[in-house]
Design a protein around this ligand. Structure first.
Ligand SMILES: Cc1ncc(COP(=O)(O)O)c(C=O)c1O
Length: 375
């Protein structure tokens, strides 16, 4: 490789600089300012929902959602064991207990056939995570939620613009949550968003996000509840607005890149890709491969080292929630087995996935993998 290829870089080729310059030159750099509301409006439209509330990252978006729903101490919330730890942390922040469900071997999302056995009288919500941009089986999750009177809070941190049954993710739940971290398909550097169709939840999110100042009342510094400062700055929102203007373009670039990887590597025995749910449009946040130890002749570590020697960056996958000391100490039941999650962690890794990777670079990465795999 002529130049080092990082695992993911942001792609900022729209109005980012124009909007940021405007925000700076007019002095609107804090959380008031036209870009915050414009970004919220455009993102809500993009997701096909009525309301969006911008926050400072994806982790607090999930916390805010759970707080707005009144989930707290004594409650249980079902989450996948294969996720980024932010999903579990957010449940802990409200004092509730995360309960884990293993991943599906094909889609790597929460295994919907294993959710029901984890539901107890204390269960209040399910957080499906659309892993790597692949929408979960929302038909099954909605049916379970209806049957057991549970809230759905979608963790769509990795899945901007992904669709299930023709509907955008984030719009299936009481509240959908997004991250705009620098490696995401849409970014603000650091940032997050909650989206909802429910006016009351929208007002609750705005209330808690801003220190529990009354949303439309007087600013008299009297507070009835414990709130958070989760505001997004106008500077971040300026980037976000420019990004959402390009959302479809970036989404298609990500999908196109995944198609090249899959086409080039699909013939290699033992290289496994994530499979889409039947009704899903996967937006391929990260191109991930799993090496089936029985079929792929070399180890993951050997392939990662070979790529590194040739200037290609990779990243390991999430470690099971059940194996996190923090969550064991918190009191989560980690006694069950999560074999698919462990299989993913042990054998999988991310390949470079930035939206603007050229076809030539992806083919060169694939050539390096093919060459190594055939030795
Ligand atoms: C599934 C998932 N949930 C939540 C988050 C948290 O988002 P943030 O890093 O913006 O706090 C991430 C971040 O990558 C994520 O992958």
């Amino acid at each position: 490789m002529k130049e080092f290829v990082p695992v993911c870089e942001p792609f900022l080729n729209g109005n980012e600089l124009t909007y940021i310059t405007d925000a700076v030159s007019t002095g609107w750099i804090s959380s008031s300012g036209k870009y915050v509301s414009a970004f919220e409006e455009e993102f809500a439209k993009y997701c096909g929902v009525k309301y969006a509330v911008a926050v400072c990252n994806g982790t607090v978006a999930i916390h805010l959602a759970l707080a707005a729903l009144g989930i707290g101490k004594g409650d249980e919330v079902i989450i996948p064991s294969f996720t980024m730890i932010a999903t579990a942390y957010a449940v802990c922040y409200v004092g509730a207990v995360p309960v884990f469900v293993d991943a599906d071997k094909n889609t790597w999302n929460i295994d919907v056939t294993k959710i029901e056995e984890k539901i107890t009288p204390r269960t209040k919500a399910i957080i499906p995570v659309h892993i790597f941009g692949n929408p979960c089986n929302m038909d099954a999750i909605e049916e379970l939620a209806r049957k057991h009177h549970l809230y759905i809070v979608e963790d769509a941190a990795e899945a901007h613009g992904a669709e299930y049954n023709g509907r955008k993710v984030g719009s299936f739940s009481s509240i959908g949550c997004f991250s705009f971290f620098a490696n995401k398909n849409l970014t603000t550097g650091e940032g997050g968003m909650v989206v909802t169709d429910d006016e009351h939840l929208y007002e609750q999110c705005r209330y808690f996000k801003n220190m529990c100042f009354p949303v439309n009342g007087p600013r008299n510094y009297k507070h009835d509840d414990i709130g958070f400062n989760y505001r997004m700055s106008n500077l971040h929102a300026a980037i976000g607005l420019a990004q959402v203007e390009k959302a479809n373009e970036y989404r298609e670039m990500r999908i196109h890149n995944a198609q090249i990887y899959q086409r080039e590597l699909s013939g290699i025995p033992g290289i496994v890709f994530q499979k889409d749910e039947a009704k899903s449009k996967n937006v391929h946040w990260m191109n991930t491969i799993v090496l089936d130890p029985g079929k792929y002749g070399r180890t993951k570590e050997e392939l990662i080292a070979h790529l590194k020697e040739n200037g290609v960056d990779t990243r390991l996958l999430f470690v099971s929630m059940a194996r996190q000391k923090a969550l064991q100490d918190y009191g989560c039941d980690c006694s069950d087995k999560y074999p698919v999650t462990d299989w993913l962690t042990e054998n999988g890794f991310y390949l470079p996935s930035a939206s603007n990777l050229s076809e030539g670079i992806i083919k060169e990465i694939c050539r390096l993998i093919k060459e190594f795999s055939s030795k």
